[in-house]
Design a protein around this ligand. Structure first.
Ligand SMILES: *Cc1c(COP(=O)(O)O)cnc(C)c1O
Length: 221
């Protein structure tokens, strides 16, 4: 695992060294991996971890309370899971429904802000979540009214069949969307894009958060 992490960190440095403003957050995606593996990665310096399934993540989070881990929820959000997500996670990457946003907002504990990314479905892939880009402005406008959520940027999840040139186009489009928001908000807009197979492409196109599972932990069963 040490070599894998070092490799990813070196790749990040290599690709972003000419872009001083591109500070990259590495999220280790620990779905289907046991507490012992997460602990090992944490001891190697990883601070951000991503989980997809609430049921699976809760015992892990409880177990690792003392590790100062920053937890990212990157799975599909079901309405009846909002309370646990709002209480146990610092980041949510997959927000795509206002009803869910309102529910999360309601359950965020006092004194906490939940960092949220809006998931955009740029390739109109019906097998996954995300809003259409045409709805982004309206969605963001409503989202900003929810005082316990802190809007931090966009998340993109390409369809699994996308080829390298298609990914590049998709990521360029995502960057332009994020940049447009940046110009009106004047706040840093995070861009969560790139996984083990394609994070180098994503970083070249301006990604600021990459979500790496197999590239750190090895294959999942
Ligand atoms: C599983 C998953 C990842 C990590 O995928 P790898 O290919 O193992 O790096 C990243 N993002 C999301 C949303 C995932 O579900």
């Amino acid at each position: 695992m040490k070599n894998k992490i070092e490799k990813v960190l070196t790749d990040i440095d290599e690709i972003t060294k000419n872009y001083k403003n591109q500070k990259v957050k590495l999220v280790a995606v620990s779905k289907k991996k046991p507490v012992s593996e997460i602990l090992k990665a944490a001891k190697l310096g990883i601070k951000n971890f991503g989980e997809n399934y609430l049921q699976e993540s809760l015992p892990k989070i409880a177990n690792l309370r003392d590790e100062k881990i920053i937890w990212h929820f990157i799975g599909k959000i079901q309405s009846n899971k909002c309370k646990d997500i709002a209480e146990n996670f610092e980041w949510v990457h997959t927000l795509d429904r206002l009803k869910i946003a309102e529910k999360l907002n309601k359950y965020v504990p006092k004194g906490k802000k939940l960092n949220t990314l809006i998931q955009i479905n740029l390739d109109h892939d019906e097998n996954k979540g995300g809003i259409d880009k045409e709805n982004l402005d309206d969605f963001l406008c409503e989202l900003k009214k929810l005082e316990n959520l802190s809007f931090r940027g966009l998340m993109i999840m390409p369809s699994v069949e996308a080829k390298e040139n298609e990914l590049t186009l998709l990521y360029k489009e995502a960057f332009l969307l994020a940049d447009k928001i940046y110009l009106s908000e004047k706040n840093k807009i995070e861009l969560s894009m790139g996984m083990s197979q394609d994070f180098k492409i994503a970083l070249k196109e301006g990604s600021t958060i990459i979500r790496i599972g197999t590239g750190i932990f090895g294959e999942r069963q």
